[in-house]
Design a protein around this ligand. Structure first.
Ligand code: NAD
Ligand code: MG
Length: 353
């Protein structure tokens, strides 16, 4: 029996994970947590808000599924990696903010880190068992979000409701806005850099409107392996929870003859500059990715609250990155300080935006 601690149990990923766990006789929930909604009765140990590492200390799970949204998920990510407890990671923000610390903790702890993000789950599977020197490059696909093909002028007045209407994925509000700005693909670029130890020049992003190909790995011999499937997060969640078993899910097999469209385009970085800002932050390294993430969280919250226009999100993030000094983070305290500093700059930029 694999005992799972599910953090972020009330969210989009959390609810789909509950479905997978319920359906699998070899998986059981030992702890569940949320930020504010009730989780009573979901698991023997539950917690709303507070320090998630205390819950993990009490639960001693075999696997942590971190499906918290935002930087708030970081202590739990580091707890699992440090303790050698397997980590199924949906909370990409923690790996973006703390990539180097997280990988150091994993080396000490020795547990596995299995991505839940669909693109990274796909890449993980394409890369499984291959030597790093065989790999030429990784391609992450992006649906392009609800505003694909729009010009900057056409984005001036878009509302939170329009940004929340994602064409292919049904997800929590923060990641849905991130998908509309392409900040999500920026976070995923940095996430992939740390997960697969690939330099940024070997990670490409392409727009693929139907979200059928989740990722593709090119090898040095000219071959490319892609991972295909309908856009449904139960597949990568199930893979992360049951790997290497690859348990059955309720999904129907991929149907090709019905007319599947596989189109790919270059992203429009002028209209969606957050992807370029993320690449710059990743290449700069140190605390830049942490600052990118923090400023983006502040800006997205302001957009959702109706106090920042859509195009202001990228401006606020760019200002916070300009103000960042990028010093390396030695420990969690350094990162918490860098996160707070970037949030202060972003809040300041909001006032003038
Ligand atoms: P969501 O907003 O639907 O749910 C977030 C969950 O986190 C909720 O249960 C909430 O209560 C909890 N939470 C928030 N702050 C917390 C705190 N301080 N302590 C404990 N719990 C807290 O978000 P989501 O869409 O499920 O996304 C969760 C994570 O998974 C994000 O990092 C997101 O980027 C990633 N992800 C989501 C999807 C998706 O399809 N939804 C796909 C890929 C990656
Ligand atoms: Mg993704």
């Amino acid at each position: 029996m694999k005992r799972i601690a599910l953090l972020g149990a009330t969210g989009s990923i959390g609810r789909q994970a509950l479905e997978i766990i319920d359906a699998h006789p070899g998986l059981e929930l030992c702890a569940a947590a949320s930020g504010s909604q009730a989780v009573d009765g979901l698991a023997p140990l539950t917690q709303v808000g507070g320090d998630l590492t205390e819950l993990l200390d009490r639960a001693q799970p075999d696997l942590v599924l971190n499906a918290v949204v935002g930087f708030a998920g970081l202590p739990a990510t580091l707890w699992a990696l440090e303790h050698g407890v397997d980590l199924a990671l949906a909370n990409k923000e923690s790996l973006v903010a703390a990539g180097e610390l997280a990988l150091d903790a994993q080396r000490r702890g020795g547990g596995s880190l299995i991505p839940v993000d669909s693109e990274h789950s796909a890449a993980f599977q394409c890369l499984e068992g291959r030597a790093p020197d065989q790999v030429h490059s990784l391609v992450l696909t992006a649906s392009g979000g609800p505003f694909r093909n729009r010009t900057r002028d056409e984005l001036t007045d878009v509302t939170p409701a329009e940004a929340l209407a994602h064409p292919t994925w049904n997800m929590g509000p923060k990641i849905t806005v991130d998908s509309a700005t392409l900040a999500n693909k920026g976070l995923e670029l940095i996430e992939a850099h740390f997960l697969f130890t690939l330099s940024y020049d070997r990670i490409e992003v392409v727009v693929h409107p139907t979200s059928i190909v989740h990722a593709l790995v090119r090898f040095r011999d000219g071959a490319a392996l892609a991972h295909l499937g309908y856009p449904d997060m139960r597949v990568p969640i199930s893979f992360a929870l049951t790997s290497p078993e690859r348990a059955a899910t309720p999904l129907v097999p991929l149907e090709l003859a019905a007319g599947l469209t596989l189109e790919f385009h270059a992203p429009d970085l002028d209209t969606f500059p957050l992807l370029a800002h993320a690449r710059r932050a990743g290449e700069e390294g140190g605390t830049y990715p942490c600052a990118f993430n923090a400023a983006n969280e502040v800006a997205v919250a302001a957009f959702l609250a109706g106090t920042l226009p859509f195009l202001g999100i990228a401006e606020v993030v760019a200002e916070a990155l300009d103000a960042c000094d990028g010093t390396p983070a030695r420990d969690l305290d350094d990162l918490v300080a860098a996160d707070a500093e970037a949030r202060r700059h972003a809040e300041g930029a909001l006032k003038v935006a």
